[in-house]
Design a protein around this ligand. Structure first.
Ligand SMILES: Cc1cc2nc3c(=O)[nH]c(=O)nc-3n(C[C@H](O)[C@H](O)[C@H](O)COP(=O)(O)OP(=O)(O)OC[C@H]3O[C@@H](n4cnc5c(N)ncnc54)[C@H](O)[C@@H]3O)c2cc1C
Ligand code: FES
Length: 517
């Protein structure tokens, strides 16, 4: 290992020493460095590619990920990169990694120079005359970026009810809320990007009506805009707590960047917080407020946090992790009223609280779709290309219910990476790609220094099989129904999580189970 004053670099210097060609097997990866940057060699058959080894999302070590024969997958949040072009073909990474030329000489592999970025591909002839994207969140942004990346040159308009441009929503309950992420991490792109790429971004603007017959939308300022193709990506809104006192100004929700800033502002003066709901968001808020040294109480009706999603054993572990950090749980309880300085529970307990954050779930924003007569059923129904029942209308993200190949059912999930990948797939399909959406859902959640990754989708299961040790933070938990593994949660088992997701994508249930032995 060598250190060039910045980050430690591993493996051989591929510019001077190179690597023995025999060390890189077919389908394998080899980590080295070139000009002070970590570089990964990847072999497919006789072709050897060299690419940047650090994920452009949050810097995940790609060498610890997986090469699936066409893309290199990041171990942290499962972004996929093409080794020949560096392109981030699947979110959450958006930017490419660098690519390098490789020379094979005397049985050794050498990296020669960085290759300049490939030009955008030309879109097919039958492209829409313009695209309107309703919603400036994960799916909406990813779709706009992909349209431009694919060389689409017509008008692209994002209309967003949010007052901020697209941002990294998962971060606003984690490092940002904890005060550990700088402001510049939060926007997905700086404001200039929208000008440079000619993506028209209208913020603080709501679409109030969708008119499929005239291919147009009506905005809350009375304007009517026409589209050639439309993407509905309106996301979800928090479920509101309905008890006396729930309207008080110190009772807050977390969906937007503004919400996160409001909680931070309150948290700087507050001493005791009550978090209502032991959901992922509720518990991430609890963790972030503990980092800010507030006393934190979590109130939730279930006996074990997140049992419905993660099962009893992993749920208990999550609870213990939070308790080790000082969070106090009031489980099997609901809130009956909220006063200025306290919260009363069903069993009569009164908890002091000068800040209350409610995280009791979300509802998909489907009003536009419903009123326009699109087919909905617990989500806006889309086909495998993410097309709705309306002409030239696609849907993506938290609102979309799509046919999931692995489970053989239609599903709707609320995951960041899925929303982005939906947006990317819808954009490609608008341009005539005709690629069925085949990705297997993935999400992650962070609690202090514990990250939980989850692949697949188990709406219900009859067995939660634990492999490894939950207390040692080294485990897989498989959620199985009728003997089939539908989803797998993992802690510190990133490589297995990637392999299981790949096996699920290939519809290979036996290979999934082989990873669980
Ligand atoms: C605090 C928080 C933390 C999260 N952490 C994680 C995580 O760690 N991992 C994970 O997998 N998922 C996480 N999620 C879930 C993830 O963020 C969502 O699944 C994802 O953002 C959904 O993307 P979307 O594009 O469907 O909707 P959103 O990102 O919610 O975007 C919807 C957009 O539509 C706009 N909009 C709505 N109605 C209209 C209208 N009528 N006109 C115009 N605009 C409209 C909204 O203003 C918004 O800009 C988190 C969510 C929250 C709130
Ligand atoms: S760091 Fe690679 S996907 Fe997040």
């Amino acid at each position: 290992m060598s250190d060039t004053g910045g980050e430690a670099l591993s493996g051989p210097d591929l510019g001077t020493v190179g690597a023995a060609s025999s060390e890189l097997r077919d389908g394998g990866m080899l980590l080295g460095h070139f000009s002070g940057e970590p570089v990964l060699l990847v072999r497919k058959g006789t072709a050897v590619h060299a690419m940047g080894a650090k994920c452009t999302h949050y810097g995940g070590p790609l060498a610890e990920g997986l090469f699936d024969g066409s893309t290199v997958r990041c171990p942290w949040h499962h972004a996929c990169f093409r080794p020949d072009t560096g392109e981030a073909v699947h979110a959450p990474a958006i930017d490419p990694v660098a690519c390098y030329s490789v020379e094979q000489r005397d049985g050794r592999l050498f990296v020669k120079w960085k290759i300049s970025k490939p030009a955008a591909s030309a879109p097919s002839a039958s492209v829409p005359s313009s695209v309107i994207i309703v919603g400036g969140g994960a799916a909406g942004f990813a779709a706009a970026e992909m349209l431009r990346r694919q060389g689409y040159e017509q008008l692209v308009t994002i209309i967003s009810a949010d007052d901020a441009g697209p941002y990294d929503r998962p971060n606003i309950s984690k490092d940002y809320l904890a005060g550990k992420a700088p402001e510049e991490w939060i926007p997905l792109r700086p404001p200039d990007w929208y000008q440079e790429t000619k993506v028209d971004l209208l913020t603080s603007r709501r679409v109030v009506r969708l008119l499929p017959d005239t291919h147009s939308v009506e905005l809350d300022d009375g304007r009517r805009l026409e589209y050639g193709a439309l993407l509905l990506a309106t996301g979800a809104s928090p479920v509101r707590l309905d008890v006396p006192g729930a309207q008080s100004p110190h009772v807050l929700y977390l969906r937007t960047l503004r919400d996160s800033r409001t909680i931070i502002e309150r948290a700087t003066q507050a001493r005791r917080a009550v978090v209502v709901g032991a959901s992922f968001i509720g518990l991430e808020v609890a963790a972030s407020l503990r980092t800010r040294n507030l006393e934190v109480h979590v109130v939730a009706p279930e006996e074990i946090p997140m049992q419905r999603v993660l099962g009893a054993e992993l749920g208990r572990f999550v609870r213990e992790v939070h308790e080790q950090h000082g969070v106090q749980f009031h489980l099997g309880q609901t809130v009956t009223s909220i006063a200025e300085q306290s919260v009363t529970l069903k069993n009569g307990t009164k908890l002091d609280a000068d800040l209350v954050v409610v995280g009791i779930g979300v509802r998909p924003n489907m009003e536009l779709a419903k009123e326009a007569g699109l087919k909905v059923n617990g989500g806006v129904l889309v086909d495998e290309y993410l097309r709705t029942s309306g002409p030239d209308i696609w849907a993506a993200g938290d609102i979309a219910r799509w046919p999931d190949r692995y489970s053989g059912t239609t599903i709707r999930v609320e995951h960041w990476v899925v929303a982005e990948q939906h947006g990317q797939a819808a954009a490609r399909n608008m341009l005539g790609d005709k690629q069925p959406y085949a990705a297997v859902p993935f999400f992650w959640s962070a609690h202090y220094d514990v990250a939980i990754n989850y692949v697949g989708s188990a709406q219900e299961w009859d067995e939660a099989k634990v492999v490894g040790s939950i207390p040692n933070r080294d485990c897989l938990v498989a959620y199985r129904k009728n003997g089939k593994t539908l989803a797998v949660a993992s802690v510190n088992r990133d490589a297995e999580s990637l392999r299981i997701q790949l096996a699920m994508e290939r519809g290979d249930a036996a290979a999934v189970d082989a990873c669980l032995r």
